[in-house]
Design a protein around this ligand. Structure first.
Ligand SMILES: O=P(O)(O)OC[C@@H](O)[C@@H](O)c1c[nH]c2ccccc12
Length: 263
């Protein structure tokens, strides 16, 4: 069984529980935040979506003492475009309390980083004050992807659609995703390879209706330059910022000029 399959098994149980509790109210009001899509579209530098990540299945413990609010306010001061907060408990040691604490401490867009397979999780993310959710193409069949995307955008949330290859890119394009991220980490083998970004960029139909984001394994300004010149508008960075002794300097060093397609 792959790690993704294991995670999805846990998520199916979580969904069952959420549905039984009926505690999650589908809230209709969204906290006022800038649009991540507009921020990325207008920027002429590589923007940073910085992540609050205590641990991961591939790296084990990364920063168990990290305080989400301290981390998030440093990210915001350094000019992050968005803060991603892992909310999965079992595999990433995150929580919805982390997400809410971060959302209340900063003004920039907040991404709920979880494995979403059902509407009730979207309600929960919104209730916890997220403004962006993640949908992972590899975790969803076409119909569910479409349904969850429509549900989330209908509520005013933005959706980052994560792909790994050409086939998954075409699925993301079919649902008119505006924010498309290529995960450089293979969720099955944990192998990280920035050439995934370059491969998908080569066939990415760049236009003003969508932006291209490179996710995972960005460790240095050199990595940032590499994906920027492939056409990325933003990078999603967790581990290297969580481990940094000077978070703000590290984040700023990734905000390199956009090298790729400027529209
Ligand atoms: O810590 P890294 O290598 O900088 O990666 C961050 C982010 O891309 C990664 O956490 C991630 C990307 N897609 C995901 C899906 C689920 C959980 C985690 C992720």
């Amino acid at each position: 069984m792959t790690i993704l399959e294991k995670i999805l098994e846990v998520k199916r149980l979580e969904v069952k529980q959420l549905l039984m509790e009926e505690q999650v109210v589908s809230c209709e009001t969204l906290s006022k935040r800038a649009s991540l899509f507009e921020t990325l579209r207008k920027s002429d530098r590589l923007e940073v979506i910085s992540e609050m990540k205590r641990a991961s299945p591939s790296k084990g413990m990364i920063a168990d003492q990290a305080d989400p609010v301290t981390q998030a306010t440093a990210y915001e001061r350094a000019g992050a475009a968005c803060i991603s907060v892992l909310t999965d408990k079992q595999f990433f040691k995150g929580s919805f309390d982390d997400l809410t604490a971060v959302a209340e401490a900063v003004q920039i867009p907040i991404l709920c980083k979880d494995f979403i397979i059902h509407e009730v999780q979207i309600d929960r993310a919104m209730e916890a004050k997220a403004s962006v959710i993640l949908l992972i193409v590899a975790a969803l069949d076409d119909m569910t992807l479409q349904r969850l995307h429509t549900y989330a955008t209908g509520k005013g949330l933005e959706v980052l659609v994560e792909v790994h290859n050409a086939k998954e890119l075409s699925q993301a394009l079919k649902i008119d995703a505006e924010l498309i991220g290529v995960n450089n980490r293979d969720l099955r083998t944990f192998e990280v390879d920035l050439s995934r970004t370059e491969e998908v960029a080569r066939i990415f139909p760049f236009n003003e209706n969508r932006v291209f984001i490179s996710e995972s394994g960005i460790m240095s300004a050199a990595d940032a330059k590499r994906v920027a010149s492939a056409g990325a508008s933003a990078v999603l960075v967790g581990e290297s910022l969580m481990r940094s002794d000077s978070v703000e300097d590290s984040l700023r060093s990734l905000q390199v000029p956009r090298g790729g397609v400027l529209l």
